[in-house]
Design a protein around this ligand. Structure first.
Ligand SMILES: CC(C)(COP(=O)(O)OP(=O)(O)OC[C@H]1O[C@@H](n2cnc3c(N)ncnc32)[C@H](O)[C@@H]1OP(=O)(O)O)[C@@H](O)C(=O)NCCC(=O)NCCS
Length: 169
């Protein structure tokens, strides 16, 4: 399924010097966005996805979205789906745009799109050490439902992933 460009128009008060709030908009990711997306990815993760992984997600028809503020990409969310389940593959917001509800808006958009096509369950993995993201997912309604031992690369070894799931019917 191709993602439909979709604006959710949130004025959240982190505006420019005129005092006008920037509007965070969500639209489908395109191949042209991958340079900007991978720049944020490298700044955000110690073990970032390569541009090729983002290209593969687009080619596979996964739901790939970017969030923009003032036309500039400041976050993205990617989700695969099938057999009644969706899998949040990546959710990331540039450091300067965090704590304004932008990741929550990206996640909300992905889950709503999944609901529209009859998906019943959402799941994702998160690093055991990534407590900020865990709070975000718990606030959203996800519950921890399992562990994948040694799922992530980690300096000098591996790190467990916590599996979070949510019924989205
Ligand atoms: C995790 C991440 C996506 C959150 O993005 P964000 O836009 O700041 O998230 P939101 O503003 O929507 O946060 C919503 C709520 O989640 C919780 N939360 C988010 N980040 C948090 C943090 N670092 N510490 C504690 N709580 C956090 C808070 O309850 C927050 O509400 P509040 O700001 O009113 O307190 C962002 O920090 C990021 O991109 N990190 C690097 C990539 C990453 O770890 N992605 C997740 C992979 S599983």
């Amino acid at each position: 399924m191709a993602a439909n460009p979709r604006d959710i128009g949130r004025g959240d008060g982190h505006g420019d010097s005129s005092g006008a709030p920037d509007v965070f908009e969500i639209r489908a990711m395109t191949l042209e966005d991958i340079d900007d997306v991978t720049r944020i990815e490298r700044e955000s993760y110690e073990f970032p996805w390569t541009p090729g992984i983002f290209r593969d997600c687009l080619r596979a028809g996964y739901l790939c979205t970017v969030g923009t503020s003032d036309g500039k990409i400041c976050g993205y969310g990617l989700m695969s789906f099938g057999a009644g389940e969706c899998h949040i593959l990546n959710l990331c917001v540039a450091a300067e745009a965090r704590r304004h509800g932008n990741a929550s808006a990206l996640l909300d958009n992905l889950i709503n799109e999944a609901r529209k096509i009859g998906i019943q369950t959402a799941f994702l993995e998160v690093r055991e050490s990534n407590q900020g993201a865990q709070v975000l997912y718990e606030d959203f309604g996800f519950c921890e439902t399992g562990v994948r031992p040694g799922y992530y690369p980690h300096r000098g070894g591996k790190e467990d992933a916590l599996i979070f799931s949510m019924n989205i019917i």
